[in-house]
Design a protein around this ligand. Sequence first.
Ligand code: KIV
Length: 276
Amino acid sequence: MDKNLAPVSSGVKKITTHVLQEMKMKGEKISMLTAYDYTMAKIIDHAGIDMILVGDSASNVMAGHETTLPITLDQMIYHAASVIRGINNCLVVVDLPFGTYQGNSKTALESSIRIMKEAGGHAIKIEGGKEIIESVNRILSAGIPVMGHLGLTPQSIYKFGTYTVRAKEEEEAERLIEDAKLLEQAGCFAVVLEKIPAKLAKKVAEELTIPVIGIGAGNGVDGQVLVVHDMLGLNKDFSPRFLRRYANLYEDMLGAVQGYITDVKTQDFPNDKEQY
Ligand code: KIV
């Protein structure tokens, strides 16, 4: 059977939205990283991650754009399908890219269906609260799990004007809490909170029954997500306070490539054992 079409209950225990809900209830923290390609997804899944996010941050780290806005639905489907081919156990959430859901719930549903059908995604993520709730409802009515995303929502960067911490003021914090509750009531299985004060994120996690996943939102939430290129140290120029680097792959790869160049130039590579 095509792996993408295998029932979720077959084989080893798979992470489903129900498993994530149980983890929240038991107080077990949820781990999530981004991935955009087969090889990286395979390693991350093998390591035992709970969720992979095929984030529209692919626009930045894979394509080199300054913002997440240019990436297209076709490109997201390409990345998501590559990730799906690499995983066995984790739940794969795919971002709805900018322009594929705003203002029109029919388009939002059609975009989500393409992600589920063509990429084999397990769920979609969508940025925003009250203003996109009609789209959330319509996607959910088709049986597609939805993850919300509040706080710093990078697709709105031209409205915010900066990537600084959101919801520091009382009014925006109140609105964020209301939006989080709306998303939960609509039936979202989880919500991402990006770059907001830790105290506010903790309050949201305590008030919601669904898992709240943080990025730059402190330790009082139900799980954490990071962009994999950032946490592996592939991206030297990005050092926000919330980022912990678990490797220094930029330097490691630089050294490896420089070593190869030297060996080629000096004719050290290939040696007698490395040829036929
Ligand atoms: O696209 C992405 O990587 C994201 C995370 C930062 C949450 O949305």
